[in-house]
Design a protein around this ligand. Structure first.
Ligand code: SAH
Ligand code: SF4
Length: 351
């Protein structure tokens, strides 16, 4: 394996220049991509219409699969969570969810994959398991793409929606993320519609602006989790670097550039951010941006003191948004019992 590069980190142009450097014909690019993404071939040796010398050269230069499935929790008709191992032994989590009306309305009764973008996370939100062991490294584009391929392989299902809500902060790994999005979206690649992909960020303002300028009509979800700086400062350290006013300005800009509606993710944590004063402020922010709101009852993380509010309290918060005319969903629990919030499974494995 030595210095081998990850094949699925290449886009068609990268492969074309590799072929050109070797003096190969350009139609080989299509042939090889077809073997990998349409036929799901996992070894160059099987590529029967490629000359043997080229197959050997490809095998010397590139690795095809780079992840292995080491654990799965949950059953096929509910949320399934997978622990995948990278070549250096690091662990990441990927999740497969059945129809997800909370994210896509009822237009899309289809399977959603939740992908990781980093090993661990450096942003240290107080409620989140992903940050507890700190940040280890960025994922390469091919390691992001391979999560989807392995999920489809182990489930024998075609995935139609992708959300970057697994471990890590996608915008802190911006160029690899955008490369992965290109490969996931490409007709020669995984063929996932741009509007069927959602990137979730804790609010990295410069990257939100950069994302606004990208050509893809990928959706954006913001992990807001508080509607005032005083509350957000307490639970999300990023808010001290990019306070709400800056974040909302960047989102105004994004809205000018993108057709897709922005989503605010809002975890309800008992006694922390579930007051109706926060709900009233959230109505203002959502109205300003034409955003919709996903309310998520907090998923308990072992070792952290936070709890979810009662069903009644959740409902009161929900009503406040509904009465304010905001499109809002209260996410029904999926996979609470399988440690479905990001980072929890890896944490269990480590302990
Ligand atoms: N770093 C990015 C994407 C990954 S987190 C972000 O923060 O947006 C994906 C979502 O899971 C985020 O909205 C995050 O706040 C949420 N989350 C983290 N811990 C959670 C928990 N214990 N219960 C419910 N949601 C949680
Ligand atoms: Fe990182 Fe997102 Fe978890 Fe915050 S919520 S620690 S940004 S993964």
């Amino acid at each position: 394996m030595g210095n081998s590069r990850i094949f699925k980190s290449l886009n068609a142009a990268d492969l074309a220049s590799w072929m050109a450097e070797r003096g190969e014909k350009q139609f080989r690019v299509r042939q090889v991509l077809d073997w990998i993404y349409a036929k799901r071939c996992s070894s160059f040796a099987e590529m029967s219409n490629i000359p043997p010398e080229l197959r050997t050269a490809l095998a010397d230069a590139f690795l095809i699969p780079v992840l292995s499935n080491i654990r799965c929790l949950g059953s096929a008709d509910t949320t399934r969570k997978f622990l995948f191992q990278l070549r250096d032994g690091q662990l990441i989590e990927s999740v497969l969810m059945p129809a997800s009306p909370a994210l896509y309305g009822d237009r899309s009764a289809r399977v959603t994959a939740c992908l990781s973008s980093q090993v661990g996370c450096a942003y240290g939100c107080k409620f989140c398991a992903s940050g507890l062991n700190g940040w280890k490294r960025n994922l390469e584009a091919g390691e992001i793409v391979d999560q989807l391929m392995l999920l489809e392989q182990v489930s024998s299902q075609r995935v139609h929606n992708v959300v970057f809500m697994g471990m890590g902060e996608p915008f802190a790994n911006f160029s690899n993320l955008m490369k992965a999005i290109e490969i996931l979206n490409a007709a020669w690649g995984m063929g996932v519609g741009a509007r069927h992909m959602t990137v979730s960020t804790s609010g990295l303002v410069p990257q939100i602006r950069q994302f606004a300028e990208s050509p893809f009509q990928v959706r954006l979800a913001i992990s807001l989790h508080a509607a005032s700086d005083s509350v957000r400062d307490k639970i999300m350290p990023i808010n001290r670097r990019y306070p709400l006013a800056d974040l909302l300005n960047a989102l105004d800009y994004c809205r000018l550039r993108k057709k897709q509606r922005i989503t605010f993710e809002y975890i309800l944590i008992k006694g922390v951010n579930d007051g109706l004063d926060q709900a009233a402020l959230l109505v203002n922010h959502a109205r300003r941006l034409g955003a919709k709101v996903n309310l998520i009852p907090y998923n308990t993380v072992y070792g952290l003191p936070w709890q979810r509010p009662t069903a009644y309290e959740q409902k009161m918060f929900f009503r406040c948004l509904e009465d304010g005319g905001i499109p809002v969903t209260l996410r029904k629990e999926k996979g609470h019992d399988i440690a479905a919030a990001c980072g929890q499974l890896r944490l269990q494995q480590a302990s």
